[in-house]
Design a protein around this ligand. Structure first.
Ligand SMILES: Nc1ncnc2c1ncn2[C@@H]1O[C@H](COP(=O)(O)OP(=O)(O)OP(=O)(O)O)[C@@H](O)[C@H]1O
Length: 331
């Protein structure tokens, strides 16, 4: 669902580390003009940020969360969770979309959030990424409070939002350049990473075309590429496999597994129980805004399949009554 209180209008800008600062680029890119060249519209110079978001080094995920990294005193006995949700609540009028969600995801976790339509998954993910302000509760990313310290917290997050509100009058290359530049990468780093991402996602031939002309799956893949170009420590992905073909889904899964293997953390929502069972080590089933089961995939499925457990917790199989009119004309 569209976030009622999106902090900024566009998901890409909202995701950017500069969200709480003066916008670096216009909110609306050249919507009525087709870019005339493949060259990125964003200058090669890095965006003027006080501190670069990230250097050219690979994902800095192996380092322990110490005082310098997070600003939070390191506690040797209790490693700082990559993501911690405590008592998260969000209401829309009389609808309680998220009703006291607690979750902990450790570094290097591959965590799935599942639930029926309208269960509160997107609302939860939107609050984690700073797109939607919680009514109450606390969200910490690598020890940093997302809502009390948003700029620092967002530096380490990569986001694939639920509605792909991309600047789709840019070419794929321009979009990647723009996303990397917003995150403080210099032109050379963006070019190199964009090329590697395009190859990994099978988008090499599409980089010069407008994103508005991409298929749904290609759009999802370029948005995924944009979410990881700054080598974040936590990837928050809302339905990353929706509309993605099986071969591409397999590729994306491989990329995410490598990322997690190197110490990155993935939190994603999906309706594919099979995919969650295959790739995630942790899972939470959310129904009506509450976590009804969470833990390792084995703990949650309790000897059954994840799908059966999900259906059981979501209210069981529903017998469909009526609608004889649909069947009567088929005789
Ligand atoms: N901006 C909004 N204004 C009003 N109600 C909203 C808004 N966003 C979400 N909701 C409501 O909050 C509840 C949770 O919605 P949410 O989008 O988080 O569900 P979801 O689990 O992501 O569903 P789906 O699987 O269909 O994507 C729903 O009842 C939805 O109608």
């Amino acid at each position: 669902m569209v976030a009622e209180e999106a902090v900024v209008a566009d998901a890409v800008v909202a995701e950017a580390v500069v969200a709480d600062q003066a916008p670096v680029v216009e909110e609306t890119p050249a919507t009525d003009q087709t870019p005339v060249a493949d060259e990125p519209v964003v200058a090669d110079e890095p965006v003027v940020l006080d501190e670069p978001v990230i250097a050219d080094e690979p994902v800095a995920v192996d380092e322990p969360a110490g005082v310098e990294e997070t600003g939070v005193p390191a506690d040797a006995a209790a490693p700082v969770a990559a993501l911690s949700l405590v008592g998260l609540v969000k209401r829309f009028g009389s609808t309680v979309a998220v009703d006291g969600v607690d979750l902990q995801v450790q570094r290097g976790g591959f965590y799935g959030i599942v639930g029926p339509n309208g269960a509160g998954k997107t609302t939860t993910l939107s609050m984690i990424t700073g797109l939607l302000r919680p009514d109450s509760g606390e969200i910490r990313v690598n020890g940093l409070d997302v809502w009390a310290d948003p700029v620092a917290a967002k530096r380490s997050i990569g986001v694939l939002p639920d509605k792909l509100r991309l600047f789709d009058r840019l070419t794929g290359r321009q979009l990647l350049h723009y996303s990397g530049s917003l995150r403080g990468l210099d032109g050379r780093a963006v070019r190199e990473r964009a090329d590697e991402l395009a190859e990994a996602f099978g988008l090499q031939d599409a980089l010069g075309r407008l994103v508005s002309d991409y298929s749904a799956g290609m759009t999802k893949k370029v948005a995924l590429a944009a979410s990881m170009i700054h080598s974040p420590r936590l990837l928050v992905l809302d339905e990353p496999f929706e509309a993605v073909d099986p071969v591409s889904a397999d590729t994306v899964t491989g990329i995410l597994q490598r990322y997690v293997g190197a110490g990155g953390t993935v939190v994603l929502s999906s309706h594919s129980m099979d995919m969650i069972e295959r790739v995630c080590d942790g899972v939470a089933i959310i129904v009506h805004g509450k976590v009804l089961a969470s833990g390792t995939v084995d703990e949650v499925r309790e000897g059954s399949t994840l799908e059966d457990r999900f259906i059981e917790l979501a209210g069981g199989h529903k017998a469909v009554k009526g609608m004889e009119w649909l069947l009567s004309s088929l005789d």
